[in-house]
Design a protein around this ligand. Structure first.
Ligand code: SF4
Ligand code: SF4
Length: 288
C-alpha cells in the first residue's frame, strides 16, 4: 500500500480539492481526513457513516452538587477561572476546565469527580471512491494531534484489511503537533502551496519538518499563473530543500464551483485545473 499525505503550510491552498480529486483518480483507495480541526474532505466525498467511535482525551472536573459544601476552595484555586458560583451553587464550565486536577485534589469533602473528557468522535464511512476515516473534534476541544494519530492508525488498519492500493491522507495545515502526527513515518508527502511570500515562507517551514523526518516530498503550486515569478522562486527553493516540484495548477474557478456542487474538480469538468491535477496524479504515481 502506498501512503500519500497531502499537506500545506496554511489552510485554504487547495489541499482538500487535490485530495478529493486524487480519491476520484486512484484505483482502490482508502481516504483519511486528518485535518480534524477544520475537516472538510467530507464536503467533497459525502461519506455515509458506518461506524461511530468516541474520542476521549484528558479529564474534566465535575462537581457533585449533593456533596459540595460551598466552601469556595475550588474557585479560589482554579487558575483557569473555570469554576462558576451563582447564589452559593458551584459548577465547572467544561469549556474552560483545563483538566489540571487541582480542585479535585483540594476539595475538602472530595465532592469533585474527574472523568475522562469526551473531546470528539471519529467515523469509518463509505464514499463513492472507497472507505474513509474522519473525525469531528468537540467545541473548544484540544489535543487534535492525538485524534489525528487515531484517524491515521484506523485508516491504515482498514486499508490493510481491504488491501487498498492507496492510503490518501488530507493532512492538517501548518507545522504543529497535528502535522507531525499526520506525516511521521509516511510514505510520501505532497505539499500544496500558493505563489505568495507567505506561501514560500510556510512551504520552507514544512520542508524543514519533512526533511527532519526524511520523508520523500513533492510540491505543487496552486494558482501558479497568478504570480509566475514567485512560482519559479518557490520551486527553486523547494528543490534546494530536497523536494521535487511537480505539475503546477492554474487558477480556475471550477475548483470553487466543484466544491459548491460537492464534487472534486476532476469529476466536475475537464477544465485547466482538472487537467493539471490529473497530470499531477500521473507524475506522483510515476514517482511512487
Ligand atoms: S472545593 Fe469542593 S466543597 Fe468547596 S465549593 Fe468547590 S466543590 Fe464545593
Ligand atoms: S480541574 Fe483544574 S482547570 Fe478544571 S476546574 Fe479544576 S482547577 Fe480548574
Amino acid at each position: 500500500m502506498k501512503e500519500l499525505v497531502i499537506i500545506s503550510g496554511k489552510g485554504g491552498t487547495g489541499k482538500t480539492s487535490v485530495t478529493g480529486s486524487f480519491a476520484a483518480l486512484a484505483n482502490n483507495a482508502m481516504m483519511a481526513d486528518c485535518d480534524v480541526d477544520a475537516a472538510d474532505l467530507h464536503l467533497l466525498l459525502n461519506p455515509e457513516i458506518q461506524e461511530t467511535h468516541e474520542f476521549y482525551s484528558g479529564h474534566e472536573a465535575v462537581i457533585r452538587p449533593d456533596d459540595c459544601t460551598g466552601c469556595g476552595q475550588c474557585e479560589e484555586l482554579c487558575r483557569f477561572d473555570a469554576v462558576i458560583s451563582e447564589n452559593g451553587i458551584f459548577r465547572i464550565d467544561p469549556a474552560a476546565c483545563e483538566g489540571c486536577g487541582v480542585c479535585v485534589q483540594f476539595c475538602p469533602p472530595k465532592a469533585i469527580d474527574f472523568p475522562e473528557a469526551l473531546c470528539g468522535k471519529w467515523f469509518i464511512s463509505k464514499t463513492r471512491h472507497g472507505r474513509m476515516v474522519h473525525a469531528r473534534l468537540g467545541i473548544a476541544a484540544e489535543n487534535s494531534g492525538k485524534l489525528v494519530s487515531i484517524v491515521r492508525k484506523q485508516a491504515a488498519q482498514v486499508a490493510a484489511a481491504l488491501q487498498a492500493e492507496w492510503l490518501l491522507i488530507d493532512g492538517p495545515p501548518g507545522t504543529g503537533c497535528p502535522v507531525i502526527a499526520s506525516i511521521t513515518g509516511a510514505g510520501a508527502v505532497l505539499i500544496v502551496t500558493e505563489p505568495t511570500l507567505s506561501g514560500e515562507h510556510d512551504l520552507l517551514r514544512v520542508l524543514q519538518l519533512t526533511r527532519h523526518f526524511e520523508i520523500p516530498s513533492f510540491i505543487s503550486v496552486n494558482k501558479w499563473d497568478i504570480n509566475p515569478g514567485m512560482t519559479e522562486r518557490i520551486e527553486a527553493a523547494a528543490a534546494e530543500a530536497g523536494a521535487t516540484a511537480l505539475e503546477r495548477i492554474p487558477y480556475d474557478a471550477s475548483i470553487t464551483n466543484a466544491q459548491i456542487q460537492g464534487l472534486s474538480v476532476v469529476e466536475y469538468n475537464d477544465g485547466p485545473a482538472a487537467t493539471a491535477i490529473k497530470n499531477l496524479w500521473e507524475k506522483l504515481c510515476h514517482h511512487l
